[in-house]
Design a protein around this ligand. Structure first.
Ligand SMILES: Nc1ncnc2c1ncn2[C@@H]1O[C@H](COP(=O)(O)OP(=O)(O)O)[C@@H](O)[C@H]1O
Ligand SMILES: [Mg+2]
Length: 281
């Protein structure tokens, strides 16, 4: 840690590095994908026939079907819904989960063109020492990191989608939204009370950091309104405060958030926000 020169002595107790080691052995889904039994083939054909999946079906490789199948077998997914979002690295879908609740299913595409961006976040994270450059391992590590980050954020009192399962390149979590559609992003709504919204986001940032995490991609696009609450999304890239670039990521988060609320008419600066988050006001 000290070689990065980032830690003040009074920061040394901040959690972060004691995260569990992430196991990158083949998952059950890889095994199942290899066996590729008849049931799996039937499952795959069934999904491919689903109207909503027709367009996207081509993005899934066999092991992804196996992962989805495993999630169905384990009861985390009961039926598939439609797509919510098609991102650079992952697609998000709705699905029916256990007990008639809706869940969100985030499927990372192992063969998506560019994972070099991911390296900057993984390298330097003690949880992912020595994973090398294998694309599949990078993505698998990423998904498990997202799951672990969501769990940690939740425990720190930051409202995030509750993660329920992870399987290979697929993450299942609480769905935010209604039958009418996904929860709207901060960028998509007229904020009635920007002052209050800012105070909540600021407090979330502080709690995250106190729990040893920096979001790393925080902006009006990764915060949504759900049932009267602000909810933070997309924690895949979040790093521990001991990551060599943690400070840079935190400063960038502060700049994004301050700029957004500045446009909402608030008199806020990135520097003040950084001071609040780090407790160095
Ligand atoms: N749990 C969820 N519930 C509802 N919508 C979600 C959920 N997770 C993601 N989304 C929607 O999908 C979009 C992309 O998800 P995100 O996790 O931000 O992935 P990306 O890395 O593609 O930005 C979000 O902006 C949000 O609109
Ligand atoms: Mg996002």
């Amino acid at each position: 840690m000290t070689e990065h020169g980032l830690l003040d002595t009074d920061e040394a107790d901040i959690p972060g590095d004691e995260f569990e080691e992430v196991d990158l052995e083949d998952t059950a889904a890889d095994e199942a994908g290899r066996v590729a039994d008849r049931e799996l083939n039937e499952f795959r054909e069934r999904i491919k026939d689903t109207e909503q999946f027709k367009v996207e079906a081509s993005v899934f490789d066999d092991a992804t079907y196996a992962a989805l199948y495993k999630l169905v077998q384990d009861g985390h997914i009961v039926a598939f819904g439609g797509p919510i979002s098609t991102g650079k690295e992952a697609n998000v879908y709705t699905a029916l989960g256990p007990d008639e609740t809706e869940v969100a299913v985030k499927v990372y595409r192992i063969n998506a063109s560019d994972f070099t961006d991911m390296r900057g976040y993984l390298d330097g994270d003690p949880r992912f020492r020595g994973i090398g450059s294998d694309k599949k391992k990078v993505v698998l590590a990423w998904v498990r990191k997202e799951f672990a980050n969501l769990e940690r954020a939740r425990q720190a009192g930051v409202r995030v989608p509750d993660p329920t399962a992870v399987q290979r390149n697929v993450l299942v979590m609480e769905y935010l939204g209604t039958e009418a559609g996904r929860a709207k992003r901060l960028s998509e709504v007229d904020i009635e009370n920007p002052e209050t919204a800012f105070e909540v986001v600021r407090e979330y940032m502080r709690r995250l950091r106190d729990a040893g995490l920096v979001h790393g991609d925080l902006s009006e696009y990764n915060v949504v309104f759900h049932e009267g609450q602000l909810v933070v999304l997309d924690l895949g890239q979040a790093v521990t405060v001991h990551h060599p670039n943690a400070r840079e990521f935190l400063e960038r988060d502060c700049e994004n958030v301050a700029a957004f609320f500045g446009r909402q008419g608030l008199d806020v600066t990135a520097a003040d926000l950084l001071g609040f988050v780090t407790g160095d006001e």
